[in-house]
Every structure is written in C-alpha cells, then in structure tokens.
Design a protein around this ligand. Sequence first.
Ligand code: DX5
Ligand code: ZN
Length: 219
Amino acid sequence: MAHLVAPSLLAADFLHLGRDVEMVNNSLADWFHVDVMDGHFVPNISFGFSIIKQIKSIATKPLDVHLMIANPDQYIGEFRKCGADNLTVHYETCAHLHKTVHSIKESGMKAGVVINPHNPVSLLSDIVADVDLVLIMSVNPGFGGQEFIPRTLDRVRELKDLLIRKNSKALIEVDGGVDTGNAKALLAAGVDVLVAGSTVFGAEDPLNTIKTLKEIQIK
Ligand code: DX5
Ligand code: ZN
C-alpha cells in the first residue's frame, strides 16, 4: 500500500480555516488530521464539535480525529455525528480500552489507539488485532511544532513486528515533528500514515510540501 499523508489542521490558520481545508482538498493529501485537546489530558485546548462539523461540511477527504481528552467514551456518538471517520483514543485515557475500541467501530468509525512516547509498544499487544490504526506519538502530545523524538524509529519497527506477530492489519501512523527530512526513515521503518502540521502549514508552498511527503519512495 502506498503511504498516506494527513495534514494536521492544528497548524492551519484558524482565521482562514475554509481556505486551508480547500487547499488540502486540492492536494495529494489523503486525510485531514484533527486534534482535539481538552486541557486535562494535555495542557492545551484546541477545538470541538462545532468546528469539526464545519470542517466536515466542505472536506472531501476523511477526518482522522485524534482525541487528546479525558473520558473519550462519553463523546464517541457526538464525534460520529459531527463527521469523524477515524476516531483515535489514547491508551492512557481508557480504563476499558477493548470496550472503547468496539464502541467506536459499532458507531461506524475506524478505531485507532495511540501511545505516548514513554509507553512501551508492548502495552498494545492484546489490542492490535482489534484496531484499524495505531498511532505512535513522536512528541509529547499537546502542541504543534515540537521536535521529533528519534527513538520513535525503533518504536515503529517494534510495532511493525508486533502487528505481524498478532496478524493485525492496523495501519501505523506517526504524529509530531514529522518533516521532509525524517519522513523517509519513518516510512522505511514501517509507517503507513504521516501526520504533518507545521511542516505543511508553515511551508511557503503547502501544496508542494504535501506532494513532497506523498511522493517519497523508499525503494
Ligand atoms: C500534537 C498533535 C499533532 C500536531 C503535530 O499533540 O497531536 O497532530 O498537530 O504538529 P507538528 O507536525 O507541527 O509536530
Ligand atoms: Zn495529532
């Protein structure tokens, strides 16, 4: 499978959000990455349902919603209603992760699970067969524009091995500090989905930056 590129709207210009969504619509990107932060699980607050609903009303590509919130279970139905296609929850926020993952699927979305940089990949060994997506944080969540943590490459390789061992078809997504310099190594390690916020929206030519990320070949 060719890899996917998911620009993170956290780095978009919120005063021109419609323009930035259209830019992604017209690009080679595959998904919109949508970061929801609640000021509890992470020390930052981003945006919620009404903004996501408006993004959905003009987006021509799936919404990949990354929840950085406490008690995600409480809001699964609401995120479905406002247009999420993928719903990814943090391992650290779910006391009954297996149940959460199945509720997400039952409500008609793809289910993802994400781990922070300090958490071992092996924590996921009994859930990878149930999920559509595993997101490895390559920064501590909460803010865009942080520096990529190099150990992520080993973590991706470890996850790839785990998925093979557990016969899981889950996609591997990486989020935080991804740029045109480290993307190739990430893809070579086994990443399927590159999330990029400031690399895309901070670029002089975002369309061309998406194209560069999309056209990286590893062989
Ligand atoms: C961080 C978010 C990321 C963020 C990435 O907590 O989950 O999706 O937008 O931003 P960059 O690509 O700028 O590191
Ligand atoms: Zn994210």
